[in-house]
Design a protein around this ligand. Structure first.
Ligand SMILES: [Zn+2]
Length: 199
């Protein structure tokens, strides 16, 4: 009988994973690699972790307070919490980060730009213009968020011909976090030029 094999999916590990029970082949060679890969997928830059801007979110993307699970507001700092508390919280289904003017943190939201793991050409052109900065796949799985530094006192929405949109946010808005995109760097770069070039 042929034994199916593949390489462990954790970055940097090249162990072969064998099909042990004739069922699905595990993605990782070991529990250690599985845990390490999970951590890598959910890693977040320190510049975001260290700010008290965290909320939870429910399945309908409603922001929730980390400790009470009651509704949070992206304009009421008293309803935000720390990253550590947000990660430990069991309310809702995931994490959210609130953008606030003065922090100098911005997020470019590329809507509907992923087809599985394939990036649309228009989105790839924007990614290619970005300096080395944190990117994650949106919670919906079909978009990308490019995180960086900049000032964006008002949100900006650029509609594209195909019905998708590019939005840029810097305040009064929370972003539902998904998973780190590929091996995106855990740092925020200045996105001012890229944002200015979006038309
Ligand atoms: Zn491995």
């Amino acid at each position: 009988m042929k034994t199916a094999r593949r390489v462990c999916e954790r970055d940097g590990c090249d162990e072969l994973v064998a099909d042990a029970r004739g069922g699905r082949i595990p993605k990782y060679c070991s529990g250690r690699c599985r845990v390490a890969a999970h951590r890598a997928r959910h890693a977040i830059p320190a510049e975001l972790r260290e700010r008290r801007r965290w909320v939870r979110r429910d399945e309908d993307k409603v922001p929730l307070m980390v400790k009470s699970g009651r509704r949070a507001s992206s304009t009421a700092p008293g309803t935000w919490g720390t990253y550590a508390d947000a990660v430990a919280s069991r309310h809702g289904v995931g994490l959210g980060y609130v953008l606030r003017q003065g922090d100098g943190v911005v997020c470019i939201d590329l809507d509907h730009c992923l087809w599985g793991d394939r990036v649309s050409d228009w989105a790839q052109r924007i990614l290619d213009r970005c300096p080395s900065t944190f990117v994650e796949r949106s919670a919906s799985g079909s978009g990308l968020h490019i995180w960086g530094r900049g000032e964006m006192p008002r949100g900006r929405r650029i509609r594209r011909d195909d019905g998708s949109a590019v939005e840029v946010y810097g305040t009064g808005r929370y972003i539902a976090l998904g998973e780190r995109w590929r091996s995106a760097p855990l740092q925020l770069a200045d996105l001012t030029e890229v944002i200015d070039s979006l038309t």
